[in-house]
Ligand binder design. Structure first.
Ligand SMILES: Nc1ncnc2c1ncn2[C@@H]1O[C@H](COP(=O)(O)OP(=O)(O)OP(=O)(O)O)[C@@H](O)[C@H]1O
Ligand SMILES: [Mg+2]
Length: 491
């Protein structure tokens, strides 16, 4: 794994202290105990050993841990066994020496009563030191099981990861099995039970290390994936922010554009209304003006012929002229009132509304020789904004008048009737109907078949007025001979 490592061998207490004070980075074969957990971090365990009690051959008084009471027990200074005995707080005397070799030798020489040590270590040392007068009792001290791992400084996660990875590699490639066979197997021959235990132990360890190796690899790939996803997320976030920004701009622009269009529409509709008003005033004025002109002409003719005009003749002519001027003035007032928006609703009969409408538009119809028929089922009184309803009716009648151009028998019927939906005011003509190509779009702004002479706002604005001001509906349909536009006012 390309790591330079230097080793040295020393007494357990010394190397353990070296790790504690940071003089070394890692210590192998360290049994994991609660005391040590507080000081070090541990790799996955790669060896599990149980503690055993070693006594002299002739000693028959010690068979289990409980039998150590009142005895003098040897341990290696600061070893697991030492910590274990201290932890158990038994009624024994603990004698600590620097190494197991020494402990076993002292025991063999007849001093003290027992050594508490890992069983594998005991078997190996008794053979190596040739101490035949020693025997192992209590093969497995029940709760003195030790997991041996590499120990590193508390928090040194990086080194721990390297060690765990190394362990998983040697487990996977068979090195661990070879080492185990070379150093630990010789003792197995002597003890078939131990062999089984070790086999199980090795399988378990292999499994454990495999799991931790898989875990490590999984952890790494997970880390990579998390990093990738985090990067992607932050990229998406940036893109989203940019999109948001541009969206905000686009919305602002669209709103500004809409406002501009609205403004344009209002101006156009006002201009159209002004144009309509002027043309209607012109229509209304044509008759009285020609009467005035006629009276004036007659007067001047008579003056030429008679030379001496009677005062009474002049008076009559002037009265007539005055009457016509009054008529002109009333017309102006009518239009002025009509173009002033109503602030309050008025209570009006249906017939009154029709009359007031005809007052404004009647001469236009007469000039176009259009027959206007009124069919009112029931002349009810309704509460309404007068000018608005008249404006809508004028729009509808004007449209009918336009459509009736060139018609031999032009007719407009105004029909009023009530049903469960409300009061219906309909304008029906015999001009052949609405052109099919605009039928589905009618009601939207700028829909017109009149080229330059129409703005295409009449029906749209009428619909708005009926909906917004009266909470009603403006609908249309083609009948057999012409179009039918109906205002429905809820009761
Ligand atoms: N009574 C009708 N018969 C046949 N077509 C009609 C009738 N009323 C309206 N239309 C059609 O509907 C179109 C839209 O009418 P609208 O009143 O909205 O606009 P316009 O009359 O064209 O222009 P303006 O805005 O000046 O009134 C007309 O151009 C016409 O084609
Ligand atoms: Mg119109």
């Amino acid at each position: 794994m390309n790591h330079e490592v230097s080793f040295y061998v020393d007494a357990w207490a010394k190397v353990k202290n070296d790790l504690e004070i940071g003089a070394i980075d890692v210590l192998p074969l360290v049994g994991r105990t609660p005391e040590r957990d507080a000081l070090f971090d541990f790799s996955v365990p790669y060896l599990v050993m149980h503690g055993a009690i070693v006594v002299r051959d002739e000693d028959d008084s010690i068979h289990s841990f409980a039998d150590l009471a009142q005895k003098s027990v040897l341990v290696m200074q600061d070893d697991n066994a030492h910590e274990y005995l201290l932890r158990k707080k038994g009624d024994y005397k603990i004698v600590s020496v620097p190494s197991f070799e020494e402990a076993l030798k002292i025991l063999s020489q007849g001093k003290h009563d027992a050594v508490v040590v890992q069983k594998l270590v005991a078997v190996q040392l008794i053979a190596k030191l040739k101490l035949p007068n020693l025997k192992i009792v209590s093969a497995n001290i029940e709760d003195f099981r030790q997991d041996f791992s590499f120990a590193v400084h508390e928090g040194d996660k990086e080194l721990l990861a390297i060690l765990n990875e190394g362990l998983s590699i040697v487990m996977a490639n068979g090195t661990y099995a070879k080492l185990y066979k070379k150093w630990l197997m010789p003792f197995d021959d002597k003890n078939p039970q131990l062999e089984n235990t070790i086999k199980i132990l090795v399988s378990l360890l292999a499994l454990l290390v495999m799991i931790s190796a898989v875990g490590l690899l999984w952890h790494r790939s997970l880390k990579k994936q998390v990093a990738l996803k985090t990067r992607q997320l932050s990229e998406s976030k940036n893109q989203l922010a940019a999109l948001n920004d541009s969206l905000h701009h686009r919305i602002q622009n669209a709103i500004a554009e809409l406002k501009e269009k609205d403004q344009l529409m209002i101006t156009q509709s006002r201009q159209a209304a002004m144009g309509e008003m002027i043309s209607m005033i012109a229509h209304q004025w044509r008759q009285p003006l020609s009467i005035i002109s006629m009276i004036a002409n007659n007067l001047s003719l008579e003056a030429e012929l008679e030379n001496n005009l009677e005062n009474s003749q002049i008076q009559t002519a002037l009265q007539e002229i005055n009457q016509q001027v009054q008529h002109l003035s009333t017309t102006i007032d009518d239009f002025k009132n009509f173009f002033k928006p109503n602030k309050e609703k008025q209570s009006l009969h249906v017939s009154q509304i029709v009359d007031d409408t005809l007052h404004i538009i009647g001469s236009l119809l007469r000039n176009n020789t259009i027959e206007f028929i009124t069919e009112i089922e029931e002349d009810r009184e309704i509460l309404i904004y007068r000018n608005e309803i008249i404006q809508v009716l004028i729009n509808l009648i004007n449209n009918a008048k336009d459509a009736l151009q060139g018609n031999k028998n032009p007719k407009i019927i105004f029909r009023a009737f009530s049903d469960e939906k409300g009061l219906h005011l309909c304008v029906i003509d015999n001009a052949g109907g609405i052109a099919p190509e605009i039928l589905s779009k009618l009601g939207e702004p700028y829909v017109s078949t009149k080229a330059l002479s129409g703005t295409g706002l009449g029906i749209y604005l009428s619909k708005m007025i009926i909906q917004k001001h009266f909470g009603g509906e403006l609908t249309w349909q083609n009948l057999k001979n012409g179009a039918c536009f109906c205002i429905c006012l809820p009761q």
